[in-house]
Design a protein around this ligand. Structure first.
Ligand code: PMV
Length: 328
């Protein structure tokens, strides 16, 4: 039985960071909402943030994202799952924004729905557990289930909610360099793309069957803070995921020429002895994993070879929080 809170607010503003997967969630189980076919290991980023102001109203659900009113259909399942937690008869007005490119393969839907789910928990008369918040965020966007926690999280195959593994301060030397190849929104959303892969790629079943073993290896590497191993597994995971995209019908081609050039450049840097491994999501951006001690050499090399490329160095971030304007 969830205890009732003594008081609760009518409006709240919260922030959350995106969760980038080192082993990928790619494909849904046919039953339920956003139940993952594969386990994933996520790291929550500091620096990139979604902010959401959620207000209880009586005028129907509404969402504004980066100043634009959104079609409500995309948010309906989330609101349907959120409504039982809020005052009867009320609807939700969400005003959201991101300080990084939206819908471009930088997990803005993960941070956005994690922020919204955390905000619902603040507005609720009930006390929601982290697991409840993760399960609610999942309904909005699968990867958001991980972003309700800081640090490192895993989301097991088929699970309703993700689980925290290690806090944000577990591996303080770890960095992720986001290479912004193209900040425009992608043509096919990850939810549509993974469904296309499930339905049409002849390799999809093998991807699912292989994913658990790779994920287990990633957990072992993370427990040992073995970046070489973890980086190698992260590469296998994203490349195998893309294998299902290239083999879908019609094929899914998120990569740009610069994405490929960055993958090859990262390989060259590794051959020169640098500890840097890339990962990608459903978009052209390339994210590089490395240790803080190598950041300046890597960024220097990127600036030299890709002079017009924007890079952002991020660290492992904490979970969602109330924004300063809402704190007492
Ligand atoms: O949560 P969604 O529906 O945006 O899907 C995320 C899919 C990937 O980013 C490619 C992988 C992941 O685990 O985050």
């Amino acid at each position: 039985m969830i205890p009732a809170k003594e008081t609760f607010s009518e409006s709240v503003t919260v922030c959350a960071g995106p969760s980038i997967a080192l082993t990928k969630y790619w494909g849904k189980q046919p039953e339920g909402i956003n139940r993952p076919a594969t386990p994933s290991l996520g790291v929550t980023l500091g620096g990139f943030q979604s902010q959401a102001t959620l207000t209880l109203t009586g005028t129907g659900h509404q969402v504004t994202l980066n100043g634009q009113t959104q079609a409500i259909e995309r948010f309906q399942p989330f609101f349907a799952a959120a409504v039982p937690y809020i005052k009867e008869g009320r609807s939700l007005n969400a005003v959201c924004g991101n300080n990084f490119p939206t819908g471009a393969g930088l997990a803005s839907s993960a941070s956005g729905f994690a922020a919204l789910a955390y905000a619902v928990a603040q507005l609720s008369a009930e006390t929601l557990s982290s697991r409840d918040i993760s399960a609610l965020a999942r309904v909005g966007s699968g990867s958001a289930a991980r972003a309700v926690y800081g640090g490192f999280t895993q989301w097991p195959a088929g699970a309703e909610a993700a689980e925290p593994l290690y806090d944000a301060d577990y591996w303080p030397e770890l960095r992720l360099i986001a290479c912004l190849v193209d900040s425009g929104p992608k043509a096919v959303s990850s939810r549509n793309a993974m469904e296309r892969a499930r339905l049409t790629s002849p390799y999809y079943q093998s991807w699912v069957e292989d994913a658990q073993a790779l994920h287990n290896e990633a957990l072992t590497a993370l427990a040992a803070k073995d970046l070489e191993k973890l980086g190698d597994i992260a590469r296998h995971s994203y490349l195998r995921m893309f294998g299902t995209m290239f083999s879908s019908s019609p094929p899914l081609l998120y990569w740009h020429a610069t994405s490929v050039a960055l993958i090859q450049h990262t390989e060259r840097l590794r051959r020169q002895g640098m500890g840097v491994w890339e990962t990608m999501d459903a978009g052209p951006q390339v994210k590089l994993l490395c240790l803080v001690s190598e950041v300046s050499t890597i960024v220097g090399s990127l600036n030299e070879h890709f002079p017009s490329l924007e890079t952002v160095v991020t660290h492992v971030g904490t979970g969602p929080c109330l924004s300063d304007s809402t704190k007492d």
